[in-house]
Design a protein around this ligand. Structure first.
Ligand code: CTP
Length: 449
């Protein structure tokens, strides 16, 4: 019996897929089809596959051509499968010509001609309108957003906005993106969605204006300085039927989701304490280090360190005590917040002038989870117990600098393919603003003294 194997994502199953499977089957007597998982696809640069793995498997099954369907989830699996199943022929479409020649050492490799003018990418693009995104603020985050958005299909960066001419000129020249210098309304007319990466104190106003104009908003943290403002923005987004997301990268990284699930699985018992730290000795000339009103460490990193706290301990805290060390300009070079929950605790630390170990520790009644710096990307973490010889190590999938996950979620929410906002709910983001509000109050009091 001649065994044939082929692999694919089979998203939005189309004629090209069917033709390929039909011809693959004809190459032998028994056809094995490998369907790739979302995580494996992410690693290959496809971050917004529309159909779930179950739907994709089901569509392959419905063709009646596959004798066996397997899941492909890791690099190097093809060689394993070929040996494990005693495969005679490996085949894929001609778009992969040459890429799998190395498998000739294990079986025969056949590239089948691809069906012209159809692909999942074309269907994904046609199914949804390309979202035209405009960037507000052209500082440090904007170029990172530009480069990471290249990995997200279904969007284009149409233009940018910065009222400071010098910065706008620089960005336009370097990124070749039309940049508006005045007339925010004109800029808004050119976009369906905005990414707000302007100075902290302007997020709320830009977000409000954009939402009022019916634009989707992804705003850098902190979204707002008070709970009321944050609530107002989410209400506005709901009324306008548009998406509003606070851009807290950590919340959208795949590894972070895994850590939350492991923590909540009972493995470490009941979660009693969360400790998160994020410090960066910033450039003394940077806004964080010089702007006594809206710079400093807590506005910069507070939302990131609060994310695991709110996700794991919840929104119903009993009290919070925030304390900071200020420099002469009123910049909090180090801030520490202790939060008391009915049955637990949390401590967060942020710094721009003090360095700590940037780690996340989740302690439970049976063990603890430790994610070392940079935990906010969550490339790896350990579960540890009383017995030091037992360590469970996790290395979740992670690509690029992590922004692509948040951008991808934003775009798929706009397209309606990902309606659940479980990764960071509006309620959680509102609590974040409540903590920011308490920090600002504490800051006012301290500076007054
Ligand atoms: N394929 C084909 N003809 C097409 C599209 C795909 O023969 N028009 C083949 C691919 O070469 C591959 C298999 O179908 O062997 C599964 O491809 P997959 O990557 O899932 O589909 P694409 O449509 O190429 O997806 P994308 O646009 O996301 O790359």
């Amino acid at each position: 019996m001649k065994k044939v194997i082929t692999y694919g994502t089979y998203d939005l199953f189309h004629e090209g897929h069917y033709n390929l499977l039909k011809r693959a089957k004809k190459l032998g007597d028994y056809l094995i089809v490998g369907v790739t998982t979302e995580h494996f696809d992410e690693a290959r640069g496809k971050v917004n596959v529309v159909d779930s793995i179950m739907e994709r498997i089901d569509n392959v099954r419905k063709t009646g051509l596959a004798d066996m369907i397997i899941i492909e989830d890791h690099e190097g699996q093809k060689i394993e499968d070929i040996q494990k199943y005693g495969v005679d022929i490996f085949t894929v479409g001609s778009d992969w010509e040459g890429v799998f020649d190395y498998l000739n050492a294990f079986c025969k490799v056949v590239y089948l001609e691809r069906t012209p003018n159809i692909s999942s990418t074309i269907l994904r693009t046609n199914q949804f309108q390309i979202v035209r995104v405009g960037i507000v603020g052209t500082g440090r985050m904007a170029p990172r957003f530009v480069s990471e958005s290249k990995y997200v299909s279904g969007m284009t960066i149409n233009c940018a906005y910065n009222p400071i001419k010098e910065s706008a000129d620089k960005f336009e020249k370097k990124e070749k993106i039309l940049t508006y210098r005045d007339k925010f309304e004109e800029f808004l007319k050119d976009v369906d969605a905005v990414y707000i990466a302007s100075p902290n104190e302007t997020h709320y106003t830009y977000a409000k204006q954009s939402l009022k104009s019916g634009k989707h908003v992804l705003s850098e943290k902190p979204l707002a300085f008070t709970r009321i403002e944050s609530e107002e923005l989410y209400r506005l987004a709901k009324d306008q039927n548009v998406v509003l997301m606070e851009a807290i990268k950590a919340a959208y990284c795949p590894g972070f989701q895994q850590l939350l699930n492991v923590a909540k699985s009972g493995k470490i018992g009941k979660i009693v304490d969360v400790e998160a730290s994020f410090t960066r000795l910033a450039d003394p000339a940077s806004r964080e280090c010089t702007d006594g009103n809206y710079g400093g460490s807590f506005l910069e990193f507070g939302p990131s360190v609060l994310t695991p706290v709110i996700k794991l301990m919840g929104k119903e805290y009993l009290s919070v005590n925030i304390d900071s060390l200020y420099d002469d300009n009123g910049v909090d070079i180090f801030t520490k917040a202790d939060i008391r929950y009915p049955e637990g605790f949390a401590t967060v630390k942020t710094g721009v002038g003090v360095k700590t170990e940037g780690q996340l520790v989740v302690s439970g009644t049976k063990g603890y989870i430790i994610a070392q710096s940079p935990w906010w990307l969550m490339k790896r973490f350990d579960v540890r117990y009383e017995n030091p010889s037992i360590v469970e190590h996790y290395e979740p999938n992670f690509q690029g600098d992590g922004l692509r996950y948040e951008i991808s979620d934003f775009i798929s929410k706009i397209n309606g393919t990902n309606k659940n906002d479980y990764k960071l709910t509006s309620g959680e983001s509102i609590i974040m603003s409540e903590f920011i509000e308490q920090f600002m109050e504490q800051k006012k009091r301290m500076r007054f003294v």
